[in-house]
Design a protein around this ligand. Structure first.
Ligand SMILES: [Zn+2]
Length: 497
């Protein structure tokens, strides 16, 4: 092996080896952004080549072919042929073939001893049919994805290998830490859900509202620290509106969508790096190799998809010189809804069933962060004081809060909130008045007070207050309890005798 691999990459190869060794034929490797998936792919190809095996490496769009070939070349793998129109690297005799799924759908499939499906969360029915077809059933297919959580993926792949999680890669210094603020909360209650995510047109209508658009810009001006920023919009109309609003505020802003030509995209990235542009608003530019030094992500695109969310945030997590964290301005409530990307985790591939009992959807939901009411920073679940501004929210009532938990855990009645000094004085004064009026012993008021509050009355005055209804009711309840206890004692004495 001529590559120097990081431990998580070696681990991925080990997992693959043991999965295939145990008879699995369709392993799926989960490798998050920053994992070094290219190096992993190159190692897989090298390993197959060392055994004299032919490899077919597929990508989900034609635009990714050249980038993939380029990366193989960088790793010293030159025995590559490309299947794509009149591509200069077309050479069917090469042992490693790179092709887009689109091209393969139209052509006769080449012979291969190993198939690698890159970006395998992008599912094509064609791939499912291919996997199940004749001799191909014996050929291993390895899926690679940062987010292999597509519905029904588990019907085609037979093993999920989580090579590393985002949190581990952040801890290991392979990805940048991040901070999330949730400055605005769009009302999405009227937006329909279509195929598991928000209806795009309705979502765009909500997100294009002037107050929300203005809030994106003003928040960036307040918190963005002039960071090179990638802003994710719902659709083109939304992205353009955001870009215009930034420009109007004097912030040089670019615009990119799926139709932006590659060279223009590259130029845009350079201008962002040089500071000529501060923000680039985009739609759907996740899989097209945007590889810029981004230090702030604006999420203005609400989504219910863990995959889309994780891919978007992943754009900001690459490490870079002088970058200590990525700032995430989440105007979509997505983090509050889905949790931090570091907490999204699935142990199994989704089996495409709607009901619980198997599949990714049936797994435990990640803990949800809480918003700091002072600065809108999103705190991890269970953190009380804001790590960003230090704000300590007042607890409603610590006793009630605790009691509330007790109610949930034990089904017991909540304990009453602690009495104020005034209430304690009033109780004592009523007890004293009752003691006088009913000729009770000198200890009566003191004992009642101790029974109720658990402490002796100290520093209280001896004024008398006429007992109110609540006091008398509590007293009667005490007397009844006392009487019943006496009866029970008498009965026990009789039994014993
Ligand atoms: Zn705060």
């Amino acid at each position: 092996m001529k590559f120097t691999l990081h431990p998580h990459q070696t681990r991925a190869l080990d997992m693959l080896r043991s999965s295939l060794g145990s008879g699995k034929r369709r392993p799926m490797v989960q490798a998050p952004t920053g994992f070094g998936k290219t190096l992993l792919a190159a190692s897989i190809v090298e390993g197959a080549r060392a055994k004299g095996n032919r490899v077919l490496f597929t990508v989900p769009s034609i635009s990714l072919v050249d980038q993939t070939v380029g990366r193989f070349y960088e790793q010293g793998i030159h025995c590559v042929g490309v299947m794509q129109g009149q591509h200069p690297l077309t050479d069917g005799t090469q042992p490693v073939q790179v092709a887009s799924i689109q091209t393969l759908m139209r052509r006769k499939l080449p012979k291969a001893d190993l198939v690698v499906i890159d970006e395998a969360h992008q599912w094509f029915q064609f791939v499912g049919e291919w996997m199940a077809d004749g001799d191909w059933r014996r050929v291993p297919f390895i899926g690679l994805s940062a987010t292999p959580w597509t519905k029904g993926l588990g019907k085609h792949y037979d093993d999920l290998l989580v090579a590393a999680r985002i949190g581990e890669l952040i801890d290991g210094g392979f990805l940048s830490p991040f901070k999330v603020f949730a400055p605005s909360h769009p009302d999405l209650s009227k937006v329909r859900t279509v195929a598991g995510d928000y209806h795009e047109g309705q979502l765009s209508d909500v997100m294009r509202q002037p107050t929300l658009v203005a809030d994106v810009v003003s928040t960036w001006l307040r918190l963005g620290e002039e960071r090179p920023t990638l802003c994710f919009a719902v659709d083109r109309a939304h992205a353009r509106k955001l870009a215009n609003e930034f420009e109007a505020a004097g912030v040089p802003c670019g615009y990119v969508d799926a139709n932006t030509p590659g060279d223009e995209r590259t130029r845009m990235g350079q201008r962002l790096a040089e500071g000529q542009l501060r923000v680039i608003c985009n739609v759907g530019c996740l899989t097209t190799g945007v590889d810029w030094d981004v230090r702030c992500i604006i999420l203005a695109r609400p989504t219910k998809s863990e995959m889309l969310f994780t891919q978007i945030i992943g754009r900001g997590l690459r490490t870079a010189e002088g970058k200590d964290h990525c700032l995430i301005l989440d105007h979509s409530d997505t983090t509050l809804r889905l949790g931090f990307v570091t907490d999204i985790h699935h142990k199994n591939l989704d089996l495409g069933k709607h009901q619980t009992g198997g599949g990714a959807s049936a797994e435990k939901e990640p803990p949800k962060p809480k918003e700091c009411p002072s600065c809108s920073y999103l705190k991890p679940a269970g953190v009380h004081q804001c790590p960003s501004c230090g704000f300590m929210p007042e607890r409603q009532s610590p006793i009630e809060e605790k009691a509330g938990e007790l109610v949930q855990l034990n089904g017991r009645r909540a304990k009453k909130a602690e009495a104020t000094p005034e209430e304690k004085q009033a109780f004592y004064s009523m007890a004293l008045a009752y003691q006088r009026a009913h000729g009770k012993s000198e200890k009566f008021a003191v004992a009642k007070y101790k029974a109720k509050f658990g402490v002796w009355p100290r520093g209280l005055n001896s004024t008398l207050i006429e007992p109110d209804e609540a006091f008398l009711r509590a007293l009667r309840a005490d007397q009844i309890r006392w009487a019943k206890k006496q009866e029970k004692l008498k009965r026990e004495v009789r039994h014993a005798a």
